[in-house]
Design a protein. Structure first.
Length: 151
């Protein structure tokens, strides 16, 4: 199953993330996960959203430079070695991870590790053959993480 990551390229200066979130909020597009990586003057905001194609369209319309990429959202065990099992498999098969981030679904049970890889079709088959479950865009949108803390 393929998921989508929206990457927004931006100057590294105050208010750039706020500009992205304002547009998505106005369009009622929900952000499910995000990471930000920056260098001195430039940054990339990676987003998993509930409507990736529409998000790309509205951000592009507003003059933002975006790219929608296919990624794999891999369900792993949330325990020591859960991520290692995945990364060892990918390394053994010569799959390069270009970008990745994760989040916990259920404490000490399940997590999701989102990977942008250089060989997505090969990796997808590899994961399936090794009994890893992947989530598509709809499944990511439907996630209701286990809340183990009271806020």
């Amino acid at each position: 199953m393929i998921a989508y990551q929206l990457s927004v390229f931006s100057e590294n200066k105050p208010g750039r993330l706020a500009a992205v979130t304002k547009i998505l909020s106005a369009e009622k597009i929900n952000i499910r996960a995000t990471t930000i990586a920056t260098s001195d003057t430039f940054g990339v905001i990676n987003l998993i959203v509930d409507d990736p194609k529409r998000a790309e369209a509205v951000l592009t319309k507003e003059g933002m430079m975006c790219r929608l990429r296919e990624v794999l959202a891999v369900v792993i065990e949330d325990k020591p070695g859960g991520l290692d099992r995945l990364t060892q498999l990918l390394a053994q098969e010569g799959v390069n991870i270009n970008n990745a981030y994760g989040f916990v679904l259920e404490s000490r049970e399940k997590a999701v590790f989102v990977v942008d890889v250089d060989q997505i079709e090969k990796t997808s088959k590899l994961l399936e053959n090794n009994k890893f479950k992947t989530l598509d865009a709809e499944a990511l949108d439907a996630i209701e993480p286990f809340h183990y803390m009271k806020y």
